[in-house]
Write a new protein. Structure first.
Length: 234
DNA sequence: GCGACAG
DNA sequence: ATCTTGTCGC
């Protein structure tokens, strides 16, 4: 497990953070279909917090997209780099997530984030931000509709409905299990929305959430448990 | 001005 | 995100 510090020059205020988003948003690539679902490697990233001790732990788990077997994994821990502010989640997660990705012994392939990409107040959520910084294809799979609206998708697994910001489709509500609350998929970097949904469905054969985020979630929680006591002494 | 709001 | 036990159902 690697340890990270908040990068020099990291935004300290909400105003600075929004300015960074506005400066990077033009670098997002939306015209590529991205890697085909069911082949190659897919990586899930997630983060867990201990606000009391000011500790954050991130995990990256690489899966074989065909079998969903774990191929590689890594973790990173550090200090919390930004408070939670809706619309600025990336500034809280990215330093540690980047460290975990860099610690992987192999190429991540498509990266699946826990949160949003294009579906964001300034169209630059966590998945978009991570994609621009790494150049990797990324998508966001969120558990809640955030500030967006949607009509309930039909009951069968695989059904979708548009996720809307007014009349603009910023993502899709995707049913991954029959009659169970959908997940909310949006494009990050270098992946089409159709492809993002296909990947998400392929990654969620048994549970509502994709295996990538389930694995990453379990791993970062474990890393937090094991790292928190050590960093407390510091 | 007030409430809502990814994780 | 996180605090938290049992419990209903396949």
């Amino acid at each position: 497990m690697t340890t990270v510090r908040t990068p020099a020059g990291w935004p300290a205020t909400e105003e600075e953070a929004r300015a960074v988003q506005d400066g990077l948003r033009t670098k997002v690539v939306l015209g590529e279909p991205g890697p085909p679902p069911g082949a190659g490697h897919v990586t899930g990233v997630d983060v867990a917090y201990d606000d009391e001790r000011d500790v954050v732990a991130a995990a990256a788990v690489v899966l074989d997209a065909a079998t969903l077997d774990v191929v590689a994994e890594s973790t990173a821990v550090g200090r919390i780099s930004f408070p939670y502010v809706p619309g600025l989640l990336a500034f809280r997660e990215i330093p540690t997530v980047l460290a975990a990705l860099e610690a992987l012994p192999r190429t991540p392939g498509l990266v699946v984030c826990d949160g949003y990409g294009l579906a964001h107040p300034r169209r630059f959520g966590l998945a978009s931000h991570l994609g621009v910084l790494t150049g990797l294809p990324t998508i966001g799979v969120a558990k809640n509709p955030f500030t967006f609206t949607y009509d309930e998708p039909a009951a069968p697994r695989g059904s979708t409905s548009p996720l809307l910001a007014g009349t603009e489709e910023v993502g899709r509500a995707l049913r991954t299990r029959d009659a169970v609350k959908p997940v909310f998929v949006s494009v990050g970097h270098r992946v089409s929305l159709d492809n993002a949904c296909a990947h998400t469905l392929a990654l969620a054969p048994a549970y509502r959430l994709p295996e990538t985020t389930r694995r990453a979630d379990a791993l970062c929680r474990r890393a937090l448990r094991e790292a928190a006591p050590a960093l407390t002494a510091d």
